[in-house]
Design a binder for this molecule. Structure first.
Ligand code: RVP
Length: 495
């Protein structure tokens, strides 16, 4: 006879938190959202990696590219750059995050002295940026020969055929900064010389970055920034699969990835154990594994060497795995059961394995609930797909501004490795959909609201850190009628 689990499969919307004593210490300013990302031992908690906010972005084409990864790390979280792309392009995205320095911008508009004014105008139209670097080979890191801005040409009189070398501001007349100077030193030079743009060059005279005056004020403080203690680079993760890891992992490590995660819709497999073993024998890089939804799957991957475990099957907003294959579990139940198993494992072995609750977050309060239930951090796709920094364009559909968001198991993403059961290459059926999500603006503004709510909830629960919340939160199941009671009810809402 089959084995039946005791618990009903439940999801976050079926629970609420009951307030605890709010002490005078419980103010939003006092709350720490720091949380472990990778495993550590009782005797050496700092051996693990930590996040400054408990969020990571989903390993998905429509979510985690280098732009989103940079912004999320600057705000204290971490992205796992999507793996359903070529090894070279994924490694390049990782490299771009590692190379990022706030205020130092790699030039995206570059031409050679032999190009013409017409080329300048076409490029400015394409990029929307008026500063064009003139390098010997037209590459952003070529030898810097001059720059062109709108002050260098007169549209009413200049012929479009004029060669750039005739009207650019040549290198000899430029004020430049040397690679290695800090942002504040660069800004001092900008102020002293009344510049709009400061090119930063290396010892061979190659262009490395621009620092722009206009960016100076917009560099808002990022107190939560997640960076490497030694070299100050932003931290970044990358998704891998159990098929091509022997080529992919070396390239990602070489590009500077700080952490990896095996990305699979069902991770309780010998493929994952083999992949973990292969990496652990060769590299000193933390690797997360999953997804699993019960204690058995959790223990299997932990014994195989995983540094964190990702929990969740079928709860993602674009995921139809439960409908298609009939596998999965309510996200709350999966997190609760595995968190108990994780705590028992810690008690028994002294090793703490962080849990990532992946998918199924709809409302902001679900995040605090998932953390209270025992998750150490949350992976989210839909949440991040709505922001300016995600890889897709803003579209207008009817009267609404939206962004596209598609599942890795959809025909659009064609990420068959994530749904691989060891057979033929390719998707035999879809496990995800292609959709729109409401456009929500800048990540930073949205995070401010979400984290503000999370801190307010923690104050109500009497917790100033996530460890306390995981230990002492009081959680209740709610009936369907009490869910109705929780929204505005029995009133006529004004438009
Ligand atoms: P959500 O945040 O609810 O949008 O869920 C995102 C998660 O959904 C991902 O991290 C991944 O685990 C899962 N996913 C991604 N693609 C698909 C699919 O096509 N079925 N599912």
């Amino acid at each position: 006879m089959a084995i039946y689990t005791e618990h009903v499969s439940r999801t976050f919307g079926e629970y609420l938190l009951i307030p605890g004593l709010t002490t005078k210490q419980c103010t939003p300013d006092n709350i720490s959202l720091r949380t472990p990302l990778t495993k550590f031992t009782k005797n050496n908690p700092e051996a693990g990696m930590y996040l400054n906010i408990p969020f990571v972005s989903a390993i998905m084409q429509s979510v985690s590219n280098d732009t989103l990864a940079i912004e999320l790390a600057r705000n204290g979280g971490l992205s796992f750059i999507f793996g359903s792309q070529s090894v070279a392009s994924q490694a390049e995205m990782v490299h771009k995050v590692k190379k990022f320095k706030a205020g130092f911008v790699t030039s995206d508009s570059n031409l050679t002295p032999a190009h013409t004014l017409a080329d300048v105008l076409a490029l400015v139209k394409k990029t929307g940026h008026s500063t064009v670097a003139i390098t010997d080979d037209g590459n952003p890191n070529g030898k810097l020969l001059g720059i062109v801005t709108s002050r260098d040409y007169r549209l009413s009189t200049d012929s479009r055929d004029r060669k750039i070398e005739e009207f650019m501001t040549p290198f000899a007349k430029l004020t430049v900064g040397k690679l290695g100077i800090t942002l504040s030193e660069a800004n001092d030079i900008i102020w002293e010389h009344k510049l709009n743009t400061l090119p930063i060059i290396d010892e061979q005279g190659r262009l490395c970055y621009f620092v722009f005056r206009k960016d100076y004020d917009s560099h808002r403080q990022n107190p939560y920034e997640l960076s490497d203690k030694k070299d100050k680079t932003l931290l970044v993760g990358a998704g891998i699969n159990t098929r091509d890891y022997k080529e992919r992992v070396p390239a990602l490590v070489e590009a500077g990835a700080d952490v990896l995660c095996i990305d699979s819709s069902d991770g309780y497999s010998e493929w994952q154990a083999e992949c973990l073993k292969w990496i652990k024998e060769r590299y000193d890089i933390p690797v997360g594994a999953g997804n699993v939804v019960d204690e058995e799957g959790f223990l299997y991957l932990v014994e195989a060497g995983a540094d964190f475990i990702k929990v969740g099957i079928g709860g993602g907003s674009i995921c139809i795995t439960r409908e298609q294959k009939g596998i999965g579990r309510g996200q709350a139940t999966a997190v609760i059961e595995i968190a108990e198993a994780r705590d028992r494992y810690f008690e028994k072995t002294g090793t703490y394995i962080p849990l990532c609750s992946d998918g199924g977050i709809v409302h902001d309060y679900h995040m605090t609930l998932a953390l209270a239930m025992g998750a150490d951090f949350l992976m989210m796709g839909r949440y991040f797909a709505r922001f300016d920094e995600s890889p897709t364009k803003v579209l207008k559909v009817g009267n609404n501004y939206v962004k596209e968001y598609w599942g890795e198991g959809s025909n659009r993403a064609k990420n068959w490795q994530r749904y691989d059961s060891g057979g033929e290459e390719g998707l035999t059926f879809e496990e995800g959909v292609d959709s729109y999500v409401p456009y929500a603006g800048a990540m930073k503004d949205n995070l401010a609201v979400t984290l503000g709510k999370m801190k307010a909830t923690m104050c109500s629960c009497g917790s100033t850190d996530l460890n306390h919340l995981r230990k002492y939160a009081k959680i209740t199941l709610v009936s369907s009628t009490s869910i109705v009671e929780g929204g505005a009810h029995d009133v006529i809402l004004k438009e």
